[in-house]
Design a protein around this ligand. Structure first.
Ligand code: NAP
Length: 295
């Protein structure tokens, strides 16, 4: 039987409706408005489109939102000063610096400059450390979106064998860390695979929940999926153009084959992607509550 589709786009819509109500209540009861700044350095078209989507969602939810676009040759010191300005701005609860940054800017130095309390992407080492010890203030957005999709679809995570393909700092490592925690929506047994793993297929075949974030179009084949597994395809790979000139996207999993064996699978697009932006909004609302001393 073909797998159930885990439609992140629909779940994200549901969460955004909840957030919109929360934002209205924050304003009416406490006069608080979540504030988000997105900082974009340069003119990378993919980054421009991600930032646009974040700004649009922030507007829709009733945030105070600022889009700060800077030229590609912005000096690192100037970017650090800009971040410092937003760190001190009481109207701003969340600061997002769109990655990747131009090569002359040290990304780690920039991430370290963001006030951890405004680090709604959760990339600051303080937030990474808090996640590691199971006491996060903010969860990184893509992994948080994956966990939320699993929980809201009723997937049994506790006790499950989870295999993660990929060990990046933004997806592979944090999702592994989150799903292994002694916490609701977690308590899984997690294996992480990467390019030096001897037999990725064998690991994949053992997974009750398979999370793939390799960045290689259709890398995981249908027959690598254990029958009945839940497959989360994080990959977004542009493989050409559609007939009407739009970007043709493929995930990291060969969808046709995998969806014949899995019990549930995320589509690409419309799976994990829409959840990521929604989790950024959730973190910003949380930051607003913290900054206003609200529970
Ligand atoms: P990344 O930084 O390039 O990391 C890819 C990881 O996959 C690395 O750890 C790499 O191993 C591993 N890998 C690559 N090829 C492999 C292979 N043949 N066998 C086993 N492991 C392999 O990528 P990322 O930032 O995590 O992103 C992964 C994908 O998710 C991309 O397509 C990206 O566009 C997408 N993404 C989507 C969202 C969303 O919101 N939907 C968010 C973030 C990323 P090594 O460490 O050994 O090199």
């Amino acid at each position: 039987m073909p797998a159930k589709l885990l439609k992140g786009a629909e779940v994200a819509k549901e969460i955004r409706a909840e957030l919109k109500t929360e934002v209205q209540q924050l304003h009416e009861k406490h006069g608080a408005v979540p504030g988000l700044v997105t900082i974009l350095v340069g003119e990378n078209p993919a980054s421009q489109s991600y930032v646009r989507a974040k700004q649009t969602t922030a507007h829709e939810l009733g945030f105070y939102s600022v889009q700060d676009s800077q030229p590609a040759d912005l000096a690192e010191e100037a970017l650090l000063k800009l971040i410092d300005k937003y760190n001190k701005d009481p109207k701003i609860d969340g600061i997002l610096v769109q990655l990747p940054l131009p090569k002359h800017i040290n990304e780690n130095r920039v991430l370290l400059a963001i006030d951890p309390g405004k680090d709604v992407d959760a990339f600051h080492p303080v937030n990474v450390g808090k996640l590691m010890i199971g006491e996060p203030d903010y969860l990184p957005c893509t992994p948080a979106g994956i966990q939320e999709l699993l929980v809201r679809s009723g997937t049994q995570v506790s006790g499950a064998e989870v295999v993660v393909v990929g060990r990046s700092n933004i997806v592979g490592k944090p999702i592994a860390m989150m799903l292994m925690q002694k916490a609701p929506g977690a308590n899984a047994t997690v294996t992480v695979t990467h390019t030096r793993t001897k037999d990725v297929k064998a690991h994949c075949l053992s997974a009750d929940i398979l999370v793939v974030a390799a960045g290689v179009a259709e890398y995981v084949k249908g027959d690598w999926v254990k029958p009945g597994a839940v497959v989360i395809d994080v990959g977004v790979n542009e493989v050409g153009k559609t007939a009407d000139g739009k970007r043709l996207l493929k995930g990291d999993v060969e969808f046709e084959g995998a969806s014949q064996r899995a019990s549930a699978i995320t589509p690409v697009p419309g799976g994990v992607g829409p959840m990521t932006i929604t989790m950024l909004m959730k973190n910003t609302v949380r930051a607003c509550r913290v900054h206003n001393n609200l529970k």
